[in-house]
Design a binder for this molecule. Structure first.
Ligand code: UTP
Length: 284
């Protein structure tokens, strides 16, 4: 399976940081957020990756490239542990970059990757959503996909007042956190949301999504919505949703980013004890 990582978005919710730098490069502890996404793909058995980028996202390409100058410098300074880490990032996966020329929404971003996918199912992993859990979220979706030979969306139960920020599904539960999707609506009015199950940034989609995206008109926010293209396909084929195990952070907002850092810092063997002590002292 291949993966498409949309990372072209402008990052309005994280201005002014995102004025000149991609939000996907924000550090979560000591790693840029998008490295977590690429590592999740690799840990799920995916090594063919396309990252959708745009203006001002060059730092992402450079991060996953080899940096011979830095590697040489670290070696000369007897810092071979760091040298090896830097080298490993440059060799991590087969990544190609596709530019989304106009920011026409997530659906349009996925559509720009059509030449990379040959009709088969593929994973979509949003570059600003990270999942910290024992089993990678994408791997969990792949297991459900293998069982039903069908597309699968990651979902999570959310409080009603938050549902207006997400795609929300109407679905029939079929056990073990799996649901058969009946309908899906992008950013519904919370009072009218069809359930409390919101889509999070991981999907296994069928190749037909590209034809559906071609037919999809501009929706919420005047953008081509991936949710609407999925909705169009529901008449033709079954889609499933899976309530994945683990925590998801939207690092595209300051609070989501802070929470992801706090979880990792508390769990980190180098910093955990000191950080806990610091938090306790702050909280009195
Ligand atoms: P967001 O809704 O987070 O939009 O996109 P955004 O522009 O990145 O951030 P805000 O809302 O302005 O703060 C969800 C995902 O879709 C990608 C983003 O990079 C993110 O991974 N995206 C969105 C694109 O690649 N292209 C687009 O035109 C829109």
């Amino acid at each position: 399976m291949k993966a498409v990582i949309p990372a072209a978005g402008i990052g309005t919710r994280f201005l002014p940081v995102t004025k000149e730098q991609p939000k996907e490069m924000l550090p979560v502890l000591d790693k840029p957020a998008i490295q977590f996404v690429v590592e999740e793909a690799i840990d799920s058995g995916i090594s063919d990756i396309a990252i959708i980028t745009g203006r001002g996202k060059r730092a992402i390409e450079n991060h996953f490239d080899r940096s011979f100058g830095l590697e040489h410098f670290l070696h000369q300074k007897n810092k071979d542990d760091y040298r090896d880490m830097v080298k490993r990032i440059g060799e991590m996966a087969d990544i190609m970059y596709v530019r989304q020329k106009e920011l026409n929404g997530l659906g349009d971003a996925v559509y720009t990757a059509r030449g990379f996918i040959d009709g088969e199912h593929f994973a979509v992993m949003l570059g600003d959503d990270i999942f910290l859990g024992a089993t990678p979220c994408t791997k969990q979706l792949m297991e459900v996909h293998e069982k039903y030979d069908a597309p699968v969306l990651a979902v999570q139960a959310k409080p009603r007042e938050e549902l207006g920020r997400y795609g929300v599904i109407k679905a029939e539960p079929i056990g073990h956190g799996i649901h058969k999707i009946v309908d899906i609506i992008e950013k519904p009015d919370p009072a009218e949301a069809p359930s409390n199950l919101a889509t999070m940034g991981r999907y296994i989609l069928p190749g037909e999504i590209f034809e559906s995206l071609e037919r999809t008109e501009r929706g919420w926010g005047g953008e081509i919505q991936l949710t609407d293209a999925i909705r169009n396909l529901l008449e033709e084929r079954d889609f499933y949703a899976y309530e994945f195990r683990g925590i998801r952070y939207d690092i595209g907002t300051p609070i989501g980013w802070l929470k992801s850092n706090a979880e990792l810092a508390l769990k980190d063997e180098r910093y955990g004890a000191e950080f806990r002590e610091f938090l306790e002292s702050l909280l009195g």
